[in-house]
Write a protein that binds this ligand. Structure first.
Ligand code: AMP
Length: 387
Protein backbone atom coordinates (compact mmCIF):
# COMPACT_ATOMS: atom_id res chain seq x y z
CA UNK A 1 0.00 0.00 0.00
CA UNK A 2 1.09 3.54 -0.67
CA UNK A 3 1.47 5.33 2.67
CA UNK A 4 0.16 8.83 3.35
CA UNK A 5 3.61 9.79 4.62
CA UNK A 6 5.01 9.06 1.14
CA UNK A 7 2.58 11.38 -0.66
CA UNK A 8 3.18 15.10 -1.12
CA UNK A 9 0.03 16.66 0.32
CA UNK A 10 0.97 20.33 -0.11
CA UNK A 11 -1.89 22.28 -1.65
CA UNK A 12 -3.88 19.06 -2.21
CA UNK A 13 -7.48 18.32 -1.32
CA UNK A 14 -7.18 15.31 0.95
CA UNK A 15 -10.20 13.15 1.78
CA UNK A 16 -9.56 11.07 4.90
CA UNK A 17 -11.81 8.15 5.91
CA UNK A 18 -11.69 7.81 9.69
CA UNK A 19 -13.65 5.63 12.09
CA UNK A 20 -15.49 8.20 14.21
CA UNK A 21 -18.20 5.75 15.20
CA UNK A 22 -18.02 6.92 18.82
CA UNK A 23 -20.44 5.91 21.58
CA UNK A 24 -23.02 8.67 22.21
CA UNK A 25 -25.62 9.26 24.88
CA UNK A 26 -28.19 12.06 24.64
CA UNK A 27 -26.16 13.81 21.94
CA UNK A 28 -22.92 13.72 23.97
CA UNK A 29 -19.85 11.64 23.16
CA UNK A 30 -19.18 9.23 26.03
CA UNK A 31 -15.75 8.02 24.86
CA UNK A 32 -13.56 10.02 22.47
CA UNK A 33 -10.75 7.44 22.13
CA UNK A 34 -11.36 7.09 18.39
CA UNK A 35 -11.18 10.84 17.85
CA UNK A 36 -7.94 11.16 19.80
CA UNK A 37 -6.43 8.24 17.89
CA UNK A 38 -6.95 10.09 14.60
CA UNK A 39 -5.44 13.43 15.68
CA UNK A 40 -1.86 12.67 14.54
CA UNK A 41 -3.12 11.77 11.04
CA UNK A 42 -5.20 14.93 10.73
CA UNK A 43 -2.44 17.15 12.14
CA UNK A 44 0.11 15.62 9.76
CA UNK A 45 -2.10 16.32 6.74
CA UNK A 46 -2.78 19.89 7.85
CA UNK A 47 0.88 20.56 8.62
CA UNK A 48 1.80 19.22 5.18
CA UNK A 49 -0.33 21.98 3.68
CA UNK A 50 -3.40 19.97 2.70
CA UNK A 51 -7.02 21.03 2.77
CA UNK A 52 -8.58 18.22 4.75
CA UNK A 53 -12.01 16.63 4.36
CA UNK A 54 -12.88 13.90 6.82
CA UNK A 55 -15.61 11.32 6.41
CA UNK A 56 -16.91 8.63 8.75
CA UNK A 57 -19.98 6.58 9.53
CA UNK A 58 -21.81 6.73 12.86
CA UNK A 59 -24.27 4.14 14.13
CA UNK A 60 -26.63 2.28 11.83
CA UNK A 61 -29.09 4.83 10.43
CA UNK A 62 -31.38 3.97 7.53
CA UNK A 63 -29.87 5.06 4.23
CA UNK A 64 -31.52 8.07 2.64
CA UNK A 65 -32.87 9.37 5.96
CA UNK A 66 -31.10 12.04 8.02
CA UNK A 67 -31.49 11.03 11.65
CA UNK A 68 -30.46 13.73 14.12
CA UNK A 69 -29.32 11.09 16.62
CA UNK A 70 -26.77 9.76 14.11
CA UNK A 71 -25.44 13.16 13.03
CA UNK A 72 -21.69 13.75 13.23
CA UNK A 73 -22.25 17.40 14.25
CA UNK A 74 -21.21 16.73 17.89
CA UNK A 75 -18.07 15.02 16.61
CA UNK A 76 -17.10 18.16 14.64
CA UNK A 77 -17.37 20.18 17.84
CA UNK A 78 -15.32 17.69 19.83
CA UNK A 79 -12.73 17.54 17.08
CA UNK A 80 -12.42 21.36 17.07
CA UNK A 81 -11.63 21.24 20.78
CA UNK A 82 -9.16 18.38 20.49
CA UNK A 83 -7.33 19.88 17.48
CA UNK A 84 -7.55 23.36 18.92
CA UNK A 85 -8.67 24.74 15.57
CA UNK A 86 -11.97 25.28 13.83
CA UNK A 87 -13.46 22.18 12.20
CA UNK A 88 -16.23 23.07 9.76
CA UNK A 89 -19.18 20.69 9.71
CA UNK A 90 -20.68 19.95 6.28
CA UNK A 91 -24.20 18.48 6.38
CA UNK A 92 -24.37 18.44 2.56
CA UNK A 93 -21.02 17.74 1.04
CA UNK A 94 -21.35 15.48 -1.97
CA UNK A 95 -21.75 18.36 -4.45
CA UNK A 96 -18.55 19.96 -3.26
CA UNK A 97 -17.12 21.71 -0.23
CA UNK A 98 -14.59 24.42 0.20
CA UNK A 99 -11.29 22.76 0.93
CA UNK A 100 -8.60 25.45 1.13
CA UNK A 101 -5.12 24.44 2.33
CA UNK A 102 -4.89 24.46 6.12
CA UNK A 103 -8.65 24.03 6.66
CA UNK A 104 -10.45 20.97 7.94
CA UNK A 105 -14.06 19.95 7.34
CA UNK A 106 -16.01 17.00 8.75
CA UNK A 107 -18.59 15.56 6.36
CA UNK A 108 -21.95 14.32 7.66
CA UNK A 109 -22.46 10.59 8.30
CA UNK A 110 -21.65 8.52 5.19
CA UNK A 111 -24.42 6.10 6.13
CA UNK A 112 -27.06 8.76 5.41
CA UNK A 113 -26.16 8.35 1.74
CA UNK A 114 -28.03 5.91 -0.46
CA UNK A 115 -25.52 3.47 -1.95
CA UNK A 116 -22.93 3.60 0.86
CA UNK A 117 -23.53 0.06 2.10
CA UNK A 118 -23.91 -1.38 -1.41
CA UNK A 119 -20.47 0.00 -2.36
CA UNK A 120 -22.22 1.97 -5.11
CA UNK A 121 -19.75 3.19 -7.73
CA UNK A 122 -21.73 6.28 -8.74
CA UNK A 123 -21.71 7.44 -5.12
CA UNK A 124 -18.03 6.59 -4.74
CA UNK A 125 -17.18 8.61 -7.86
CA UNK A 126 -18.85 11.68 -6.34
CA UNK A 127 -16.79 11.20 -3.16
CA UNK A 128 -13.60 10.73 -5.17
CA UNK A 129 -14.31 13.89 -7.20
CA UNK A 130 -13.96 15.92 -3.99
CA UNK A 131 -10.27 15.13 -3.58
CA UNK A 132 -6.82 14.85 -5.08
CA UNK A 133 -5.77 12.24 -2.54
CA UNK A 134 -7.91 9.68 -0.69
CA UNK A 135 -6.53 8.40 2.61
CA UNK A 136 -8.08 5.39 4.31
CA UNK A 137 -7.22 5.53 8.00
CA UNK A 138 -10.08 3.39 9.32
CA UNK A 139 -8.89 -0.17 9.87
CA UNK A 140 -12.01 -1.04 11.88
CA UNK A 141 -14.16 -0.78 8.74
CA UNK A 142 -11.63 -2.38 6.39
CA UNK A 143 -13.56 -5.68 6.28
CA UNK A 144 -16.55 -3.94 4.72
CA UNK A 145 -16.70 -3.07 1.04
CA UNK A 146 -18.66 0.17 1.15
CA UNK A 147 -18.53 3.29 -1.00
CA UNK A 148 -16.51 5.33 1.54
CA UNK A 149 -14.12 2.49 2.46
CA UNK A 150 -13.68 0.62 -0.80
CA UNK A 151 -15.08 1.94 -4.10
CA UNK A 152 -13.89 5.52 -3.46
CA UNK A 153 -10.31 4.20 -3.46
CA UNK A 154 -10.79 2.94 -7.02
CA UNK A 155 -11.69 6.37 -8.38
CA UNK A 156 -9.64 8.87 -6.35
CA UNK A 157 -6.63 10.26 -8.29
CA UNK A 158 -4.34 8.90 -5.55
CA UNK A 159 -5.36 6.38 -2.86
CA UNK A 160 -3.20 5.58 0.15
CA UNK A 161 -3.20 4.24 3.70
CA UNK A 162 -3.19 6.56 6.70
CA UNK A 163 -0.88 6.13 9.69
CA UNK A 164 -3.53 4.61 12.00
CA UNK A 165 -4.51 1.98 9.47
CA UNK A 166 -0.84 1.27 8.73
CA UNK A 167 -0.01 0.84 12.43
CA UNK A 168 -2.67 -1.84 12.75
CA UNK A 169 -1.63 -3.68 9.60
CA UNK A 170 2.06 -3.48 10.56
CA UNK A 171 1.35 -4.93 14.02
CA UNK A 172 -0.79 -7.74 12.66
CA UNK A 173 1.73 -8.63 9.96
CA UNK A 174 4.52 -8.59 12.49
CA UNK A 175 2.59 -11.11 14.59
CA UNK A 176 1.46 -13.39 11.78
CA UNK A 177 3.71 -13.16 8.75
CA UNK A 178 7.20 -13.22 10.21
CA UNK A 179 6.62 -13.78 13.91
CA UNK A 180 9.39 -14.18 16.42
CA UNK A 181 8.87 -17.79 17.50
CA UNK A 182 7.49 -19.56 19.35
CA UNK A 183 4.16 -18.06 18.29
CA UNK A 184 1.41 -18.78 20.81
CA UNK A 185 -2.25 -17.98 20.23
CA UNK A 186 -4.88 -17.99 22.95
CA UNK A 187 -8.46 -18.18 21.75
CA UNK A 188 -11.08 -18.06 24.48
CA UNK A 189 -14.69 -17.00 24.69
CA UNK A 190 -18.04 -18.65 24.53
CA UNK A 191 -18.42 -20.68 21.37
CA UNK A 192 -16.34 -22.68 18.93
CA UNK A 193 -18.82 -21.99 16.14
CA UNK A 194 -18.26 -18.21 16.11
CA UNK A 195 -14.46 -18.68 16.12
CA UNK A 196 -14.12 -21.70 13.89
CA UNK A 197 -12.43 -19.82 11.02
CA UNK A 198 -10.08 -18.24 13.51
CA UNK A 199 -9.14 -21.58 15.09
CA UNK A 200 -8.68 -23.31 11.74
CA UNK A 201 -6.41 -20.55 10.43
CA UNK A 202 -4.35 -20.05 13.56
CA UNK A 203 -3.74 -23.77 13.92
CA UNK A 204 -1.77 -23.67 10.66
CA UNK A 205 0.42 -20.77 11.77
CA UNK A 206 1.14 -21.10 15.48
CA UNK A 207 3.46 -23.30 17.51
CA UNK A 208 0.85 -23.65 20.21
CA UNK A 209 -2.88 -22.95 20.22
CA UNK A 210 -4.43 -22.56 23.65
CA UNK A 211 -8.21 -22.74 23.84
CA UNK A 212 -10.13 -21.26 26.76
CA UNK A 213 -13.61 -20.50 28.05
CA UNK A 214 -16.63 -22.29 26.64
CA UNK A 215 -14.48 -23.22 23.63
CA UNK A 216 -12.20 -25.25 25.91
CA UNK A 217 -15.22 -27.16 27.28
CA UNK A 218 -16.01 -28.44 23.80
CA UNK A 219 -12.37 -29.54 23.41
CA UNK A 220 -12.42 -31.23 26.85
CA UNK A 221 -15.50 -33.20 25.88
CA UNK A 222 -13.97 -34.08 22.52
CA UNK A 223 -10.95 -35.45 24.41
CA UNK A 224 -13.31 -37.75 26.32
CA UNK A 225 -13.79 -35.85 29.60
CA UNK A 226 -16.96 -35.35 31.65
CA UNK A 227 -17.95 -31.67 31.50
CA UNK A 228 -21.32 -31.86 33.29
CA UNK A 229 -23.61 -28.92 32.54
CA UNK A 230 -20.84 -26.71 31.09
CA UNK A 231 -21.43 -24.55 28.03
CA UNK A 232 -20.54 -26.80 25.09
CA UNK A 233 -21.42 -27.18 21.42
CA UNK A 234 -21.95 -30.85 20.64
CA UNK A 235 -22.15 -30.18 16.92
CA UNK A 236 -18.55 -28.92 17.07
CA UNK A 237 -17.12 -32.04 18.75
CA UNK A 238 -15.91 -33.64 15.52
CA UNK A 239 -14.18 -30.46 14.46
CA UNK A 240 -12.53 -30.16 17.89
CA UNK A 241 -11.32 -33.77 17.62
CA UNK A 242 -9.89 -33.10 14.18
CA UNK A 243 -8.04 -30.03 15.45
CA UNK A 244 -6.66 -31.95 18.45
CA UNK A 245 -5.46 -34.77 16.17
CA UNK A 246 -3.79 -32.33 13.75
CA UNK A 247 -0.18 -31.19 13.72
CA UNK A 248 -0.56 -28.24 16.06
CA UNK A 249 -0.05 -28.49 19.78
CA UNK A 250 -3.39 -27.82 21.53
CA UNK A 251 -2.95 -28.50 25.25
CA UNK A 252 -5.97 -29.81 27.16
CA UNK A 253 -6.60 -28.46 30.67
CA UNK A 254 -5.62 -30.61 33.67
CA UNK A 255 -7.72 -28.67 36.18
CA UNK A 256 -10.75 -26.37 36.04
CA UNK A 257 -12.89 -24.15 38.29
CA UNK A 258 -16.51 -25.30 38.61
CA UNK A 259 -19.77 -23.98 40.00
CA UNK A 260 -23.28 -25.41 40.08
CA UNK A 261 -25.14 -22.32 38.85
CA UNK A 262 -24.36 -19.64 36.27
CA UNK A 263 -24.55 -16.83 38.81
CA UNK A 264 -22.47 -13.83 39.78
CA UNK A 265 -22.38 -14.92 43.45
CA UNK A 266 -21.61 -18.56 42.79
CA UNK A 267 -18.49 -19.86 44.58
CA UNK A 268 -15.79 -21.55 42.49
CA UNK A 269 -14.42 -25.01 43.29
CA UNK A 270 -11.11 -26.13 41.78
CA UNK A 271 -11.26 -29.68 40.42
CA UNK A 272 -8.94 -31.97 38.51
CA UNK A 273 -10.40 -32.58 35.08
CA UNK A 274 -11.29 -36.19 36.01
CA UNK A 275 -13.36 -35.04 39.03
CA UNK A 276 -15.96 -32.93 37.22
CA UNK A 277 -19.46 -34.07 38.29
CA UNK A 278 -22.52 -34.35 36.05
CA UNK A 279 -24.10 -31.30 37.74
CA UNK A 280 -20.94 -29.11 37.52
CA UNK A 281 -20.43 -26.15 35.21
CA UNK A 282 -16.83 -25.41 34.23
CA UNK A 283 -16.44 -21.64 34.29
CA UNK A 284 -12.69 -21.04 34.44
CA UNK A 285 -9.36 -22.70 33.77
CA UNK A 286 -7.80 -24.20 36.94
CA UNK A 287 -4.69 -22.74 38.64
CA UNK A 288 -2.28 -25.52 37.56
CA UNK A 289 -3.32 -25.22 33.93
CA UNK A 290 -3.09 -21.44 34.14
CA UNK A 291 0.45 -21.72 35.57
CA UNK A 292 1.46 -24.00 32.69
CA UNK A 293 -0.02 -21.52 30.22
CA UNK A 294 1.81 -18.60 31.87
CA UNK A 295 5.11 -20.51 31.57
CA UNK A 296 4.44 -20.99 27.85
CA UNK A 297 3.75 -17.27 27.48
CA UNK A 298 6.93 -16.39 29.34
CA UNK A 299 8.93 -18.31 26.74
CA UNK A 300 6.98 -17.09 23.72
CA UNK A 301 8.36 -14.80 21.02
CA UNK A 302 4.92 -13.66 19.91
CA UNK A 303 1.51 -13.90 21.57
CA UNK A 304 -1.89 -13.39 19.93
CA UNK A 305 -4.83 -13.20 22.34
CA UNK A 306 -8.57 -13.14 21.73
CA UNK A 307 -11.25 -14.14 24.21
CA UNK A 308 -11.43 -14.75 27.98
CA UNK A 309 -10.44 -18.06 29.63
CA UNK A 310 -13.58 -18.12 31.74
CA UNK A 311 -16.60 -16.17 32.92
CA UNK A 312 -14.36 -13.26 33.95
CA UNK A 313 -17.39 -11.06 34.69
CA UNK A 314 -18.03 -13.22 37.82
CA UNK A 315 -15.48 -12.75 40.66
CA UNK A 316 -15.03 -16.49 41.38
CA UNK A 317 -14.24 -17.26 37.74
CA UNK A 318 -12.04 -14.31 36.75
CA UNK A 319 -8.67 -15.58 38.04
CA UNK A 320 -7.68 -17.48 34.89
CA UNK A 321 -8.28 -14.54 32.57
CA UNK A 322 -6.64 -12.13 35.01
CA UNK A 323 -3.47 -14.23 35.36
CA UNK A 324 -3.32 -14.70 31.61
CA UNK A 325 -3.68 -10.95 31.01
CA UNK A 326 -0.93 -10.21 33.53
CA UNK A 327 1.37 -12.87 32.08
CA UNK A 328 0.96 -11.46 28.56
CA UNK A 329 1.61 -7.94 29.83
CA UNK A 330 4.74 -9.06 31.71
CA UNK A 331 6.16 -11.20 28.90
CA UNK A 332 9.02 -10.16 26.62
CA UNK A 333 7.02 -11.39 23.63
CA UNK A 334 5.55 -9.11 20.98
CA UNK A 335 1.89 -9.34 21.97
CA UNK A 336 -1.31 -8.37 20.21
CA UNK A 337 -4.79 -8.60 21.68
CA UNK A 338 -8.22 -7.59 20.49
CA UNK A 339 -11.89 -8.40 20.06
CA UNK A 340 -14.80 -7.19 22.23
CA UNK A 341 -14.53 -9.08 25.50
CA UNK A 342 -10.76 -9.13 25.38
CA UNK A 343 -10.71 -5.32 25.50
CA UNK A 344 -13.09 -5.43 28.46
CA UNK A 345 -10.78 -7.86 30.26
CA UNK A 346 -7.67 -5.76 29.49
CA UNK A 347 -9.43 -2.68 30.87
CA UNK A 348 -10.76 -4.55 33.92
CA UNK A 349 -7.32 -5.82 34.93
CA UNK A 350 -5.50 -2.61 33.95
CA UNK A 351 -2.83 -4.32 31.84
CA UNK A 352 -3.04 -2.24 28.65
CA UNK A 353 0.45 -0.78 29.08
CA UNK A 354 2.18 -4.15 28.92
CA UNK A 355 0.57 -5.32 25.69
CA UNK A 356 2.49 -4.40 22.56
CA UNK A 357 -0.55 -3.73 20.36
CA UNK A 358 -4.20 -3.61 21.33
CA UNK A 359 -6.58 -3.69 18.42
CA UNK A 360 -9.92 -1.95 18.86
CA UNK A 361 -11.02 -3.02 15.40
CA UNK A 362 -13.33 -5.92 16.37
CA UNK A 363 -14.57 -7.64 13.21
CA UNK A 364 -11.73 -6.40 11.00
CA UNK A 365 -9.14 -7.62 13.55
CA UNK A 366 -10.68 -11.08 13.65
CA UNK A 367 -11.03 -11.31 9.87
CA UNK A 368 -7.38 -10.34 9.44
CA UNK A 369 -6.37 -13.09 11.91
CA UNK A 370 -8.59 -15.48 9.98
CA UNK A 371 -6.45 -14.78 6.94
CA UNK A 372 -9.33 -13.21 5.01
CA UNK A 373 -8.81 -10.50 2.43
CA UNK A 374 -10.05 -7.17 3.74
CA UNK A 375 -11.60 -5.33 0.77
CA UNK A 376 -10.53 -1.84 1.84
CA UNK A 377 -6.93 -3.01 2.08
CA UNK A 378 -7.04 -5.08 -1.09
CA UNK A 379 -8.13 -2.04 -3.13
CA UNK A 380 -5.25 0.07 -1.76
CA UNK A 381 -2.83 -2.74 -2.60
CA UNK A 382 -4.27 -2.98 -6.11
CA UNK A 383 -3.87 0.77 -6.60
CA UNK A 384 -0.27 0.63 -5.36
CA UNK A 385 0.57 -2.08 -7.87
CA UNK A 386 -1.01 -0.12 -10.70
CA UNK A 387 -4.39 -1.84 -10.62
P1 AMP B 1 -16.77 -14.26 23.11
O1 AMP B 1 -17.65 -13.10 22.83
O2 AMP B 1 -16.99 -15.44 22.22
O3 AMP B 1 -15.31 -13.87 23.20
O4 AMP B 1 -17.19 -14.81 24.54
C1 AMP B 1 -16.99 -14.08 25.71
C2 AMP B 1 -17.94 -14.56 26.77
O5 AMP B 1 -17.71 -15.95 27.02
C3 AMP B 1 -17.74 -13.86 28.09
O6 AMP B 1 -18.90 -13.10 28.37
C4 AMP B 1 -17.56 -14.99 29.09
O7 AMP B 1 -18.29 -14.83 30.26
C5 AMP B 1 -18.06 -16.20 28.35
N1 AMP B 1 -17.42 -17.43 28.84
C6 AMP B 1 -16.11 -17.65 28.95
N2 AMP B 1 -15.89 -18.86 29.49
C7 AMP B 1 -17.08 -19.43 29.72
C8 AMP B 1 -17.51 -20.68 30.27
N3 AMP B 1 -16.63 -21.58 30.69
N4 AMP B 1 -18.83 -20.90 30.36
C9 AMP B 1 -19.72 -19.97 29.94
N5 AMP B 1 -19.38 -18.77 29.41
C10 AMP B 1 -18.08 -18.50 29.29
Amino acid sequence: MLRMSDVDLAGKRVLVREDFNVPMKDGAITDDTRLRAALPTLRAALEAGAGVLVMSHLGRPKEGVVEASASLAPVAEALSRLLDRSVTFAPNWLDGVDCAPGTITLCENTRFLVGEKADDEALAKRMAALCDVFVNDAFATAHRAQASTHAVAKFAPVACAGPLLMAEVDALQRALDKPRRPLVAIVGGAKVSTKLDLLETLVTKVDQLVVGGGIANTFLKAAGHEIGQSLCEDEMLDIAKRLIDGDADIPIATDVVCGKRFDENEAGVVKAVGEVAPDDMIMDLGPDSVDQLCAVIEGAGTVVWNGPLGVFEFPSFAAGTEKLARAIAAADAFSIAGGGDTLAAIAKFGVANGISYISTAGGAFLEFLEGKTLPAIAVLEARASGG
